[in-house]
Write a protein that binds this ligand. Structure first.
Ligand code: DX5
Ligand code: ZN
Length: 220
């Protein structure tokens, strides 16, 4: 069942020199989760942050830390991110040899397990793992950078995954990541998404705008 939409600001678009303050600001502005993009310069062509930064941010918010791992191999880092205070740990099936085992491991660590599908990865990939996940993250851009254009073919994928989740009848979140603005948020929600990652669209206009930016993505 599609739930009321949750907004997860991506701190990739925040001021990295003031990360703690930025997290507190979006928390106050009504963010539901905080999206943390972890990139290794190998799985994706960009390098961001690691578990030490997740740990440093943890005391700044009680909201769920929605940690998106774009690193490969991923398995050897799960424990570090769990210990650092991640609440949701999302991995890509291409980032290790045994996605089913990786998802089981995340749950064993007491965290919500997410799986993320790149724009070229079919929804079919979920056929034998949907029961092992708490969240599906549909990438609506190729991962690596903020500020890219929403790839509209992903709307069909969101619709297909919404059907699979409802058929299974489990409370699995369906989150969309990349190129989300007021218009694409509306399209993604109509297709069945119930969580939206937004970097550029949250952090634009300075701190005084964050609450209005987040409310607009929710649909007003
Ligand atoms: C892309 C990241 C996204 C990104 C979204 O690889 O996974 O979370 O920060 O940025 P916007 O909202 O600017 O497209
Ligand atoms: Zn992300």
């Amino acid at each position: 069942m599609q739930q009321p939409v949750r907004i997860s600001p991506s701190i990739l678009s925040a001021d990295f020199a003031r990360l703690g303050e930025e997290v507190r600001a979006v928390d106050r502005a009504g963010a539901d989760w905080i999206h943390v993009d972890v990139m290794d310069g190998h799985f994706v062509p960009n390098i961001t942050i690691g578990p030490a930064v997740v740990k440093a941010l943890r005391p700044h918010t009680d909201k769920l830390l929605d940690v998106h791992l774009m690193i490969s191999p991923v398995d050897s880092y799960l424990e570090a991110f769990a210990e650092a205070g991640a609440d949701i740990i999302t991995v890509h099936p291409e980032a290790g040899p045994h996605i089913h085992r990786t998802l089981q491991r995340i749950r064993q660590l007491g965290k919500k397990a997410g799986v993320s599908l790149n724009p070229g990865t079919p929804a079919k990939m979920l056929d034998y793992i949907l029961e092992e996940v708490d969240l599906v993250l549909v990438m609506s851009v190729n991962p690596g950078f903020g500020g890219q254009k929403f790839i509209s073919s992903q709307l069909r994928k969101i619709e297909a995954i919404r059907k699979s989740i409802d058929k299974l009848g489990k409370p699995i979140d369906l989150e969309v990541d990349g190129g989300i603005d007021v218009e694409t948020a509306r399209l993604a929600i109509s297709a069945g998404a119930d969580a939206l990652v937004a970097g550029t669209a949250t952090f634009r206009g300075g701190e005084a705008q964050y609450a209005a930016n987040i409310a607009a993505l929710r649909g007003g």
